[in-house]
Design a protein around this ligand. Structure first.
Ligand code: SF4
Length: 289
């Protein structure tokens, strides 16, 4: 069920450059990109996760989290193994940092997913748990069919995607929750092996599109929880996305390579929410506490 990937070009004989996300992986014959989900097979880039969800389940829309997108609804949520980042604190590392072939997955075609959502009385299909950008083609085709069937779609993402693929995707997705992990570029470099700037550009592009947007900040003790950083993050959201933006502060639990970092105390999350409200944010939520 694999499919040729979108957004790549040939650099030379048998060497490909993936242009889906800002990692811009250069992939030699037989190799995979950083996300482990795209492989150079005989000079063609293959989207390995197409039709191979490692997780398909029904959740409440609030769990995504979405506070103001069809509250009270259920959503069929799916993921494919892999990720384009390598966050040391990943809460879903067992699937995000795994190869597609090393985890259990189902073979489910696009129409099967839409039918499954229907059968389970879910009018919303969400792409989450791992990073949906790495299964872009599968998400794109499901979202297109869902739209044709008058269903809604939601993407829960790290926002590390290039402008062109994002532009093509936006018309097919009704709601986005983007993880703004920190407003500090060093945090992105050291903790996530990524860069902050593309995430900020994604947030601005979604806001400009008029699609429903919510933002989540996972607070990790000693890493991104200082008052000055919270103020800076909230200030950026106010200036660039607006005071009405739904902003979620969420608590971290020790996971993956941060097993020795303590869980975030409820007071810390509540304090961040208080700072945001004091600065003028209208829709602030807390989670995981
Ligand atoms: S989507 Fe994957 S293969 Fe493509 S640039 Fe990003 S990490 Fe590399």
């Amino acid at each position: 069920m694999e499919k040729e990937a979108m957004f790549y070009r040939k650099l030379g004989k048998d060497v490909l450059k993936c242009e889906l996300c800002p990692n811009f992986c250069v992939i030699k014959l037989g190799e995979r990109g950083t996300c482990r989900a795209r492989e150079n097979r005989q000079g063609t880039l293959i989207a390995l996760g197409y039709g191979k969800p490692c997780s398909t389940s029904i959740d409440s829309i609030e769990k995504k989290p979405f506070a103001q997108f069809y509250p009270g609804s259920k959503t069929l949520t799916l993921a494919v193994a892999g990720c384009n980042l390598a966050c040391k604190h990943c809460q879903n590392w067992h699937i995000s940092q795994s190869d597609i072939d090393s985890v259990n997955y189902d073979e489910r075609g696009v129409s099967e997913i839409v039918k499954l959502a229907r059968d389970l009385n879910s009018n919303i299909i969400s792409f989450s748990y791992t990073e949906p950008t790495i299964f872009y083609e599968y998400m794109h085709d499901i979202a297109k069919l869902a739209q044709e069937n008058k269903m809604k779609t939601a993407m829960i993402s790290n926002g590390f995607i290039n402008p062109e693929p994002l532009k093509k995707l936006i018309p097919l997705i009704d709601a986005f929750n983007i993880d703004l992990k920190s407003i500090n570029s060093e945090f992105y470099e050291k903790i996530c092996d990524a860069r902050l700037e593309p995430v900020l550009e994604t947030l601005k592009a979604i806001r400009k599109s008029g699609k429903h947007l919510e933002v989540t900040n996972l607070i990790i003790p000693g890493m991104n929880d200082s008052e000055s950083e919270i103020k800076e993050l909230v200030g950026w959201v106010i200036d660039n996305l607006g005071k009405e933006t739904c902003l979620h502060f969420s608590a971290f639990y020790p996971q993956h390579k941060m097993i020795n970092v303590p869980a975030t105390r409820a007071e810390t999350v509540l304090r961040a929410a208080g700072i945001a409200r004091k600065l003028g944010m209208k829709n602030v939520y807390t989670g995981n506490i």
